[in-house]
Design a protein around this ligand. Sequence first.
Ligand SMILES: Nc1ncnc2c1ncn2[C@@H]1O[C@H](COP(=O)(O)OP(=O)(O)OP(=O)(O)O)[C@@H](O)[C@H]1O
Ligand SMILES: [Mg+2]
Length: 274
Amino acid sequence: MTTCLEVKQLKIWDAHTGLAIIPASSFEVKRGSCVAIVGESGSGKSLTCRAVMRLNKANLRQSGDIVFNGINLSGLPEKEMRKRRGKQICMILQNGMRAFDPSCVVGVHLKETLAGHFGWSRDEITAKMKAAMESVMLNDPIAVMNAYPHQLSGGMLQRVMIALAIVLEPDLVIADEPTTALDTISQYEVVEQFVRLRNNMGCAILYISHDLGIVRKLADEVLVMKEGEIVERGPAPVIFSEPSHEYTRCLVSSKLSLNHHFTKIMGGGGCAES
Ligand SMILES: Nc1ncnc2c1ncn2[C@@H]1O[C@H](COP(=O)(O)OP(=O)(O)OP(=O)(O)O)[C@@H](O)[C@H]1O
Ligand SMILES: [Mg+2]
């Protein structure tokens, strides 16, 4: 399997205080595979994701190499970066509501995004979005495109984002806690769509989650972060069955019990208790 993303010696620091938040992180995501980042709140998962997109706040500085499809993104001009965001690397965030402009209907945002990347006509865009929305079980795509974000549920907005990713066909999808704001049933549905996204499109996924039940279902490899450092890494089954770092052991045992209800309704690929 070839490498889709290689992060080498990523350092992130606060320019105001000089404090290093991520001292030196290195990891890779193979083409078509799913790598999950888990770890306690504030451990640096979101900063790591945003560093890949080069979208961290201005006070945060970063160094190191972010090699995506053989090109080092660290040295690219912002204009080149913009061409890659969305089309080659797509980010799906925790709160779907924030990803959309509240003042216009969802279809406008989708059309602007797609028109910015491809030379498609309005009709082509509508047809492609309609097919993708139907594939993620948004059964009335035209109504969804004509709705304002606040008129749709969190689960629907996440599925719209996944449908957009299907049309964009990125090589890498970065999902930062995409199900955290959802109720259990919507979480289940959105995770199912991630499984399909990966199976059908073969894109690589970098998936951040607190939820080890979901990670267990989706990820091939797991990185465990604590206070800005990757303290353990390995194939998902090994991390869950034989965690070697004390912190991972603690995380796995506490989270597995919390996830009991979720994994029960997830069926097969869930935790040992289910
Ligand atoms: N703009 C910023 N300036 C300075 N420090 C920041 C900034 N943004 C985040 N941090 C700090 O960096 C650390 C890592 O934050 P990050 O958002 O990556 O954590 P996280 O692992 O995603 O946590 P959570 O699980 O709560 O989302 C935190 O201590 C946070 O306070
Ligand atoms: Mg975060």
